[in-house]
Design a protein around this ligand. Structure first.
Ligand SMILES: Cc1cc2nc3c(=O)[nH]c(=O)nc-3n(C[C@H](O)[C@H](O)[C@H](O)COP(=O)(O)OP(=O)(O)OC[C@H]3O[C@@H](n4cnc5c(N)ncnc54)[C@H](O)[C@@H]3O)c2cc1C
Length: 366
């Protein structure tokens, strides 16, 4: 059986490894000259997002044979809104993981287990390959193919600016910034590689790329983020879903198949699983749509939560961050292991009607 995988990111490589395990040798095509985005960054695996899965790396290893090492376990999340700051501490929050060219990155850890080589510096067109191969797996991390096939439903187009910064950081702490003045209904965040280096991002939905620098300056100023910046990059990220994940012999996985939630852009865990499921569908001629249904159901729940967050103004964000910092609520969300995503959605739907005003428990600056 001849299978082509377009894109050597986490989803494409997870698919390749599963095919390899099932005795099929795929052809993997990657546009860059090596695995990983040129600018390194830190992503998070947030356990709360995919409950009842309690430990995403353990689950990926056990259920999908993907053995991956994190950069560090995530032990605290600091959330900032315009007038509040809440800190959540737990041993079960999730992981910080490396992305990009480093051998430690998720994609390079996966690539290291491949028996077949990747065809680098080649930009492939799925519709051409579909004539040549029995199956084509699209793992390009973008919506291009889904658009060409008329399957894409856009949720939002986010402009992202990222930077590598030097400073002093706690390697187990993730910082998340919400303020509609510089992020609209999106957010900024800072995630450490180690004690001295971090990746910092600002995501803003619905703006033009040329407007980003103004939002970025406002972000740095408002949050007092005066770190030494060594590198920056910008990209656009189309967040959306597809009406179908398979057309003929073309299967869409990872971001290309909409396996990323608009809530915090979480797509690493679901993307890799979709890659493995595509491989299983191909190997056993199974129904890919059926296999991915639980994933898409959960992504829809996360997206609903995101759309209710979209309705909050800065005052609402202050209230939310304040509430998320209340000990009883914190325990319920982060320590109990209960799946509270649907409940948070229900609460947020009613949120603007609430009159509760939590006190700011901390000074504003981090
Ligand atoms: C800035 C940013 C931060 C993020 N943070 C998080 C996070 O903290 N947690 C989380 O869970 N998710 C996060 N995500 C989402 C997550 O990165 C993706 O869901 C995940 O990378 C999906 O992997 P993928 O393999 O589908 O796509 P990608 O990782 O984008 O890989 C696609 C690959 O395909 C290659 N390619 C593209 N087009 C072609 C072509 N025509 N021919 C050949 N090769 C091609 C690319 O070069 C790339 O190597 C983030 C995304 C961004 C942009």
């Amino acid at each position: 059986m001849r299978v082509a995988i377009i894109g050597a990111g986490p989803s494409g490589l997870a698919c390749a490894l599963e095919l390899q395990r099932l005795g099929i040798k795929p052809v993997i095509i990657e546009r860059y000259h090596r695995v990983g985005h040129p600018v390194e960054r830190v992503d998070i695996l947030l356990h709360m997002a995919w409950l009842p899965v309690k430990d995403q790396l353990a689950y990926l290893a056990r259920k999908y044979g993907l053995y991956l090492h994190p950069l560090a376990p995530l032990h605290s999340i600091v959330m900032y809104s315009p007038s509040h700051r809440s800190v959540i501490r737990s041993r079960r929050l999730g992981y910080l993981v490396y992305r990009g060219r480093s051998p430690l990155s998720i994609e390079n850890q996966l690539a290291a287990r491949l028996n077949s080589s990747v065809v680098f510096e080649t930009i492939a067109d799925p519709r051409d390959l579909a004539r040549e191969f029995d199956w084509v797996v699209v793992a390009t991390g973008d919506s291009k193919t889904a658009r060409q096939l008329g399957l894409w439903q856009e949720y939002t187009n986010v402009v992202i600016k990222g930077a590598l910064v030097l400073g002093q950081f706690d390697p187990h702490t993730f910082h998340m910034f919400w303020d509609t003045r510089y992020a609209g209904h999106s957010y900024g965040y800072l995630a450490p590689f180690d004690r001295g280096r971090a990746s910092m991002h600002l995501c803003v939905g619905g703006i033009k790329p040329e407007e980003m620098d103004d939002y970025w300056e406002l972000f740095l100023e408002a949050e007092n983020l005066h770190y030494h910046i060594t590198e920056t990059y910008e990209q656009q990220f189309h967040c959306g879903q597809v009406t179908r994940h398979q057309v003929g012999n073309i299967l869409l996985v990872g971001n290309s198949g909409g396996f990323v939630s608009s809530l915090l852009g979480l797509g690493l865990f679901s993307g890799m699983i979709s890659g493995v499921l595509a491989a299983r569908a191909i190997a056993s001629n199974d129904d890919y749509e059926r296999l991915v249904k639980p994933l898409t159901r959960r992504i829809n729940e996360l997206n609903e939560l995101r759309s209710s967050l979209d309705k909050l103004d800065n005052h609402g964000l202050d209230r939310l961050v304040g509430i998320l910092g209340i000990p009883g609520i914190k325990h319920l969300i982060y320590h109990s292991g209960l799946d509270i995503i649907p409940k948070i959605y229900a609460i947020l739907s009613e949120f603007n009607k609430l009159t509760f005003r939590p006190q700011s428990a901390h000074p504003r600056h981090h």
